[in-house]
Ligand binder design. Structure first.
Ligand code: THU
Length: 159
């Protein structure tokens, strides 16, 4: 029997410990929750990404009465950014969630499908995406998707 241990590295910051750029990006993600369309879950998620050209793109979850037709904030934002700025690598992704009158105490962990799309975006631009997940008790920072999606399926898995 052999065993593999995969570790994830997460740093935890208070908001005022973030750089000014990261504070700006996180604020954009928090603001984006106000534009969420989430009448079914009442769970408002906002995402913001910083592109290589310093442009910030934000988005929010968009739900549908036919549940699977909705889309998470992360994918709404990444797909919009990639379609508007196809030549710009994504450098940082920030996510925040608002529910029952306040932002979440613990960081919002992106769903599996969104993690897979972040992975594809890293591969597409050959560039790790730093991830910031907002919680009122602390903001998690990961250097790239490998800390959220170990043992991932990617194009090289098919070789
Ligand atoms: N949601 C996101 O937008 N991002 C996540 O990372 C997790 C979940 C949305 C999907 C749905 O609109 C609502 O949150 C409840 O699941």
């Amino acid at each position: 029997m052999k065993e593999i241990t995969i570790t994830a590295h997460i740093k935890i910051y208070q908001f005022d410990e973030l750089s000014k750029d990261d504070q700006e990006l996180m604020t954009a993600a928090m603001e984006a929750t106000k534009r969420s369309y989430s009448p079914y879950s009442q769970f408002a998620v906002g995402a913001a990404i910083r592109l290589r050209n310093s442009v910030i793109v934000s988005g929010s979850n968009q739900e549908n009465a036919a549940y699977p037709s909705g889309l998470c904030a992360e994918r709404t934002t990444l797909f919009y950014a990639n379609s508007q700025y196809p030549d710009q690598p994504v450098d940082v992704l920030a996510v925040a969630a608002y529910n029952k009158g306040s932002f979440l105490k613990d960081p919002i962990p992106p769903c599996g499908a969104c993690r897979q799309v972040v992975l594809e975006t890293e591969a597409r631009y050959k560039n790790p995406i730093r991830i910031l997940l907002y919680g009122t008790d602390g903001i998690y920072e990961m250097k790239g998707i490998s800390d959220l999606l170990p043992l991932s399926f990617n194009a090289s898995s098919m070789e």
